[in-house]
Design a protein around this ligand. Structure first.
Ligand code: ATP
Ligand code: LTN
Length: 334
């Protein structure tokens, strides 16, 4: 790859992506891949921390591969691959487990939230999730990690583990920086605007999926929970309207102030339709391109194959170094 800094990010194929994933993560990837060596992964092993239907998971992996490409990830310029295709990820996670403490993992907000949501399946993987994520990042000597605001705590742990390993065994890992977009880094649920929009929400009206057609998008925005007065202004007391203004401004590239001016004196009804139309205008061409790509599984398999081969070369260089540093003996071949 070129002599640029490495950028790594991943998304779980745990369902159809929402506009939250798009605004918080995916939309930044396309622009950043020009200035960095972009390494983008499908965090398929991470999805196993919550029970998945195998047939649905398989389908979601192709959906996400096609969506990455439809959103402008250039599979030649950047590396696009599935985490499970490069076994160095789980291997490094094991070593990092030996320098990470249970207390650090038990206090993670996502672990606490997901344990509450999946009380019947609080498994070791759910707790160890951030260590695998740290391995993802550190294998590629990553300098920048674009993520939504909810992943900040996990990135902090990746940094801590890199520093801890370097102190114990000598300089091995780059310590990565997070990149959290200035706007729409936390898109909220349309049904409960004090909670983050999530693709695994049981209430389908709580999120806009990247698979929703324009009519569905507009219908969902019309139903979005808003606040009781009739003023279209952003404020902490008005989480519903603030969320809609944030979404509108992110999809139209207008500032929140300009959006407030545009809708001054107008009713919630008109505003919600305008938000829906602005979102649909961006999402619909992506959805169509994604569906076009999805029809050609062989092509998608090929993209993932080439991506894994390129990722592997970088990943194993780091893993070998780690094994050497901790005192493992290198396997002799031939
Ligand atoms: P799940 O609901 O299955 O836990 P998720 O919707 O949180 O998943 P991930 O695959 O874990 O999605 O996240 C992919 C990326 O999208 C991450 O960078 C994450 O920070 C970002 N992201 C997720 N939800 C939002 C949101 N509501 N607003 C902004 N960014 C988000
Ligand atoms: N945990 C992330 C997905 C993820 C990730 C990563 C993001 C897995 N590995 C490495 C950035 C870097 C999430 O978005 N929930």
């Amino acid at each position: 790859m070129e002599d640029k800094k490495n950028l790594f990010s991943a998304i779980q194929p745990s369902g159809i992506l929402t506009i939250g994933n798009y605004l918080g993560a995916l939309r930044h990837f396309r622009a950043l891949q020009d200035d960095y060596n972009g390494i983008f992964s499908l965090a398929d092993l991470h999805t196993l921390t919550v029970r998945q239907d195998p047939a649905v998971l398989r389908k979601n992996i192709y959906e996400l591969t096609a969506l990455y490409l439809a959103c402008g990830i250039d599979a030649e310029k950047s590396i696009l691959f599935a985490q499970s295709h490069v076994s160095a990820h789980t291997e490094l996670a094991w070593v990092l487990n030996t320098i990470c403490y249970p207390g650090e993992l038990m206090r993670m907000t996502q672990y606490k939230d997901k344990s509450k949501k999946h009380e019947d399946n609080i498994n070791m993987g759910l707790m160890d999730y951030p260590v695998l994520m740290a391995a993802d990042i550190l294998l590629y000597q990553t300098e920048l990690v674009p993520i939504g605001a909810d992943q900040k705590q996990h990135l902090e742990l990746a940094r801590d583990l890199a520093i801890r390993f370097n102190n114990l065994y000598g300089e091995t890992f780059k310590v990565p920086e997070g990149y959290i977009g200035k706007s729409a880094a936390r898109v909220m649920s349309l049904a409960e605007p004090t909670r983050k929009m999530s693709k695994s929400d049981a209430n389908l009206n709580a999120f806009i999926s990247m698979n929703d057609d324009p009519d569905t998008i507009i219908r969902k925005f019309k139903r979005a929970v808003t606040d009781s007065d009739n003023q279209i202004i952003a404020s902490p007391e008005k989480p519903g309207i603030t969320n809609l203004l944030t979404i509108y401004s992110a999809f139209t590239n207008k500032t929140i102030e300009d959006a407030e001016k545009e809708f001054a004196g107008k009713g919630y009804g008109d505003f919600k339709i305008a938000v829906g139309e602005a979102v649909a205008e961006v999402i619909e061409p992506i959805r169509q391109e994604k569906n076009r790509l999805l029809a050609n599984k062989d092509y998608l398999d090929d993209v993932l194959k080439c991506g894994a081969e390129r990722a592997e070369r970088i990943a194993y260089r780091t893993l070998n170094k780690v094994y050497r540093k901790v005192g493992l003996v290198q396997r002799k071949r031939g």
